[in-house]
Design a protein around this ligand. Structure first.
Ligand SMILES: Nc1nc2c(c(=O)[nH]1)N[C@H]1C(S)=C(S)[C@@H](COP(=O)(O)O)O[C@H]1N2
Ligand SMILES: [Mo]
Length: 204
């Protein structure tokens, strides 16, 4: 029964052009990351913004909460081939967050830093899209620990490894620098609809 329903929904998403090639629909919310789950304390958590910004800044969770919020409903696609549809997030739109900063004109890339040394990189231009969040709620609730509590990035148009759980820093840079999964051989652009899974190869 459950799988019949799943397949029906998957066919619907495929017909609607929302299922990227090689993906299948999941109704669960899988947990995926390298290494141990980070257990961060919201009260001591902070987000360090550094690199090509006029001055380095540190935001507490309360600072972040005080900023205007945006809700985003989006589909997410993991390179391990699951896609989850209509996921509901809330947080600060990355584009709005930039108003708190004096980003230098030479800044062309953003490197998200997370607990345990995790990093992931994207062009600033990609981060300016209207669905890119510094997210702290999922389904109107605080993020689950496994899904990145207290704060993660959300970049729905890229494979989900580009969305950093347990976010701790945002670095602005003039040169691109490969992040954790990108160094491990994942494609730097990571567009699910172009099936950009691995570097140096086409569709896989
Ligand atoms: N800090 C951190 N964030 C991470 C990862 C990781 O290893 N560490 N893995 C990424 C990968 S590969 C995926 S698919 C998503 C999974 O997010 P989820 O566990 O909330 O589904 O987190 C991404 N963000
Ligand atoms: Mo992933």
């Amino acid at each position: 029964m459950f799988d019949q329903n799943r397949r029906k929904l998957e066919d619907e998403m495929k017909s609607a052009g929302r299922l990227p090639p090689g993906q299948s629909l999941t109704l669960r919310f899988p947990v995926l990351h390298y290494g141990p789950t980070a257990r961060l304390d919201k009260e001591t958590w902070s987000l360090r913004v550094f690199g090509l910004v006029g001055e380095e800044k540190v935001f507490t969770f309360h600072d972040l909460e005080a900023l205007p919020t945006t809700k985003v409903v989006a589909d997410i696609h993991c390179v391990t081939r699951w896609s989850k549809f209509d996921t509901a997030w809330e947080g600060v739109l990355f584009r709005d967050f930039l108003e708190q900063l004096d980003v230098q004109p030479e800044a062309k890339y953003v490197i998200a830093h997370a607990a345990h040394g995790f990093t992931t990189n994207l062009p600033l231009e990609v981060m300016l899209d209207d669905d890119v969040l510094i997210a702290y709620k999922y389904d109107d609730q605080p993020l689950d620990i496994e899904h990145g509590f207290p704060v993660r990035t959300l970049v729905p148009k890229k494979y989900f490894w580009k969305s950093a759980k347990w976010l701790t820093g945002l670095e602005f840079a003039d040169r691109d620098r490969l992040g954790f999964w990108e160094q491990a051989g994942y494609h730097n652009e990571a567009d699910p609809f172009k099936e950009q899974r691995f570097a140096g190869r086409g569709a896989f």
